[in-house]
Design a protein around this ligand. Structure first.
Ligand code: 6U4
Ligand code: NA
Ligand code: NA
Length: 157
């Protein structure tokens, strides 16, 4: 069994728009994604980590964030399994700003830049937009090719 890393990912969805951000450095650089990162080992909860990362990366504080999905990811080239807890919010405080890590941008939900996102996002973002809980498993070859995709809607959180 591989060691694992607990990560968060938070997307803001307001009416017909979704807030994504171009990752400027580190893991996922060059891709549009939600805000997120590692849960700190100081006792913070996964929810607290999701809020903190959104504050750090987008300069905003989501006020109605809810867990909407969970995906376990294995990469043949990485030594750790990623356990990604995905949150959705529709409201936030503060003003969206570019940071050293992320350049945020609003997109129409009919014009989501899937080609410039993680390849798995097209499989689960539609559930998030629809307020449907989802969970699943992904196996990657490198970072841009999926060998296994198993993402399902679930009725339970
Ligand atoms: P540090 O070390 O602080 O720069 P940190 O911000 O804690 O890192 P980071 O940026 O490495 O963590 O977190 C990775 C982010 O990428 C998380 O929000 C989860 C997200 N992510 C990872 N794999 C993904 C994938 N296949 N699809 C996706 N998001 C993914 O949509
Ligand atoms: Na991050
Ligand atoms: Na972090």
């Amino acid at each position: 069994v591989k060691p694992s890393k607990i990560l968060t990912l938070l997307l803001i969805h307001q009416k017909n728009q979704i807030l994504l951000a171009m990752k400027k450095r580190g893991f996922g650089m060059g891709k549009y994604n939600g805000f997120g990162g590692k849960v700190e080992r100081n006792g913070e909860s996964i929810y607290q980590a999701a809020i903190r990362e959104t504050q750090e990366e987008g300069c905003i504080t989501p006020t109605d964030a809810q867990l909407i999905g969970y995906i376990k990811m294995d990469f043949d080239c990485e030594k750790e399994t990623l356990k990604v807890h995905i949150f959705k919010a529709t409201q936030f405080e503060g003003e969206v700003q570019e940071t050293e890590e992320m350049k945020p941008q609003w997109f129409d939900v009919n014009n989501i830049p899937y080609k410039t996102m993680w390849i798995d996002d097209q499989y689960w973002v539609p559930y998030l937009l629809d307020n449907k809980y989802f969970y699943g498993y992904l196996l990657f070859e490198g970072h841009d090719k999926l060998i296994k995709v198993d993402i399902k809607e679930t009725t339970q959180q």
